[in-house]
Write a protein that binds this ligand. Structure first.
Ligand code: ZN
Length: 173
């Protein structure tokens, strides 16, 4: 999903709002989504900065760090990126993340570069970067996951009939 920001970039104070809708499936060949990404996004030209704000949710397939099985992990995404307006006139190498100290997503300049192709915002990439921030270091399929199943308990097999005769020999009558 891509969002053309040209109209917003042209006029100070302008903003656009869009529904986010990315079908379930693979996101950037990285994660398998078990639910579509849905949410809302607002992009505002705030004089010095372009402010991207929104919320979205989806669910992704993670591997449990204890039992190693795949499970669906729901994520609520806070989309929050502030980019200096000058970015869009400057060379890509001059991209900088705004350091106004708010609690937005902490993105490197490389992350920001990935988000924009000139005046086009790559919403998939924005969502991908937001998911990175939400992935637990040690995902668990459930809080009390017992871990890998115990080695199959040893099942005593019935004695080989050929041994029966020997057993009878040692058995006291
Ligand atoms: Zn587990």
């Amino acid at each position: 999903m891509h969002l053309d920001l040209l109209e917003v970039l042209r006029a100070s104070g302008a903003s656009i709002e869009r529904e986010i809708s990315i079908p379930a499936g693979l996101l950037k060949d990285e994660w398998e989504l078990t639910e579509p990404v849905t949410g809302r996004l607002r992009v505002t030209n705030a004089r010095q900065n372009v402010v991207v704000r929104g919320k979205a949710k989806t669910a992704i397939v993670l591997q449990c760090s204890r039992c190693l099985s795949d499970f669906s992990y729901p994520v609520d995404l806070n989309l929050d990126v502030v980019v200096p307006l000058s970015t869009f006139n400057a060379q890509l190498g001059a991209l900088r993340v705004s350091d106004d100290g708010d609690d937005g997503m902490e993105l490197s300049s490389e992350d920001i570069e990935l988000l924009f192709q000139e005046h086009i915002l790559d919403v998939d990439e924005l969502v991908r970067q937001a998911i990175v921030l939400e992935i637990p270091i040690q995902p668990l399929c459930r809080p009390d996951c017992p871990g890998l199943p115990e080695a199959q308990s040893y099942v005593e097999r019935e004695a080989d009939p050929r041994l029966k005769a020997l057993q009878n020999l040692v058995k006291p009558n």
